[in-house]
Write a protein that binds this ligand. Structure first.
Ligand code: SKM
Length: 172
């Protein structure tokens, strides 16, 4: 059984939807950011601050390989995991890539008070930063074979849309 892999920008709801989707399908849920924190004993923010993004990305690549070696999981990936083509290849080998997206304004409202997203905590206007990052990453998130806008659909509805897509995919 293939993994179901959620990809998309920070604040699109990958972890919350992933947890609900896993419960709905009776599958195990893995969040790659949480797994990195478990393995390294550091928070994502600490890893970025103390050891830099390069170290974080190498831990992320290791976790991606580990989850892809397992089957039947629902996986929520970190927002930048699919920026590395090798991660995409690895995740696709045994996984169905599902995208979550929404408008920059909605993302801004969801993430503005969070302090655990180092790439959003830099200098400058947060809304502009989100817009620029989303535009720069559009192609990377385009690898998803099915995408849901979580600004238009609530979490339960998003789960049901994904389940329906998976059922139809299975039948075709
Ligand atoms: O994986 C974390 C980390 O903060 C980097 C990131 C990104 O590049 O979009 C998203 C988060 O999930």
């Amino acid at each position: 059984m293939k993994n179901i892999v959620l990809i998309g920008f920070m604040g699109t709801g990958k972890s919350a939807v992933g947890r609900r989707l896993a419960a709905r399908l009776g599958r195990q849920f893995v969040d790659t950011d949480e797994e990195i924190e478990r393995v390294t004993g550091r928070t994502v923010a600490q890893l970025f601050a103390r050891e830099g993004e390069v170290r974080f990305r190498s831990e992320e690549a290791l976790v991606v390989k580990k989850v892809a070696a397992r089957a039947g999981l629902v996986v929520a990936t970190g927002g930048g995991a699919v920026l590395t083509p090798a991660n995409v290849e690895t995740l696709k080998q045994n996984g169905i890539l599902i995208g979550l997206t929404t408008d920059p304004e909605i993302i801004f409202h969801r993430v503005r008070r969070k302090k655990d997203r180092p790439l959003l905590n830099g200098a400058g206007d947060l809304q502009t930063r989100i817009k620029e990052m989303l535009a720069a990453r559009a192609d990377a998130y385009g690898v998803a074979e099915f995408t849901v806008d979580t600004g238009r659909h609530g979490q339960e509805e998003t789960v049901e849309l994904i389940v329906k897509y998976l059922q139809e995919r299975c039948q075709s």
